[in-house]
Design a protein around this ligand. Structure first.
Ligand code: PEP
Length: 237
């Protein structure tokens, strides 16, 4: 299984950032990365432009969210079909920053199902808060998020395990904790599903994280905004 190195630009970017795929390609040409897959998930307005610039580079482009419906009166929303139309192949659903805004497991499941129906691979995010970990509930929280967020009839999906307390904080889970959780998730999702780790992945810690058993890639926020850092992480896969 090729490791997936996925960047989540969150709400960062501008037209000038459309050149970043070319910079990445120069730093790490596609011929040197047949064992990994690169994905960039920019804000919606930049998907088409990045997908255009990514032609011939083997860099995939994805969205950061989608609506559960294909079309309709949903002001400000974007459907999976629209993302595909703009050149996306993946979409992140259920990121903790959206769950914190009220997105439930049922919402995430509906979005993941819509993504698959629309032709995208959903990246379904799960992860415990610090208080849940400290209470010893990390695995049960993640099990329940998987049970509630993964549609039973979708077989092509990715799970991103992102402990909430490690996102954007510089705190990284211990390798042994990552290993335990990924082994736990593996039992729930089976062999064919890629399980990414996310939470303050940087060039300095990526190698150890990416060689951990059942870590099939990484979902990277802050360090994906800088192509030198992003390519260094990819090189360690
Ligand atoms: C994320 O937003 O999914 C993430 C992991 O962010 P960071 O790498 O900045 O912690």
């Amino acid at each position: 299984m090729r490791k997936l190195i996925a960047g989540n630009w969150k709400m960062h970017g501008s037209q000038e950032w459309l050149d970043k795929v070319k910079s990445f390609e120069k730093l790490l040409p596609s011929r040197k990365r047949s064992h990994i897959e690169i994905l960039i998930c920019p804000p919606f307005p930049y998907i088409s432009g990045l997908a255009e610039n990514a032609k011939g580079t083997e860099i995939a482009i994805g969205g950061q969210n989608c609506h559960a419906n294909a079309t309709g009166a949903h002001t400000g929303e974007v459907s999976a079909e629209m993302l595909v139309d703009c050149g996306a192949q993946y979409v992140i659903v259920g990121h903790s920053e959206r769950r914190a805004g009220g997105e439930s497991d049922a919402d995430v499941k509906a979005k993941a199902a819509a993504a698959a129906r629309g032709g995208l691979v959903p990246i379904i995010c799960v992860g415990e808060t610090l208080s849940q970990r400290e209470a010893g509930d990390a695995q049960s929280v993640v099990s329940s998020q998987i049970a509630g967020s993964v549609p039973s009839d979708v077989d092509k999906y990715v799970v991103a395990y992102e402990p909430v307390w490690a996102i954007g904080t510089g705190k990284v889970a211990e390798i042994s904790d990552i290993e335990d959780m990924h082994n736990h998730i593996r039992k729930a999702v089976g062999k064919s599903v890629r399980i990414l780790y996310g939470g303050s992945v940087k060039p300095g810690n990526a190698k150890d994280i990416l060689k951990t058993e059942n870590v099939d890639g990484a979902l990277i926020g802050g360090a994906s905004l800088n192509m030198e850092d992003f390519s260094e992480i990819a090189k360690s896969a």
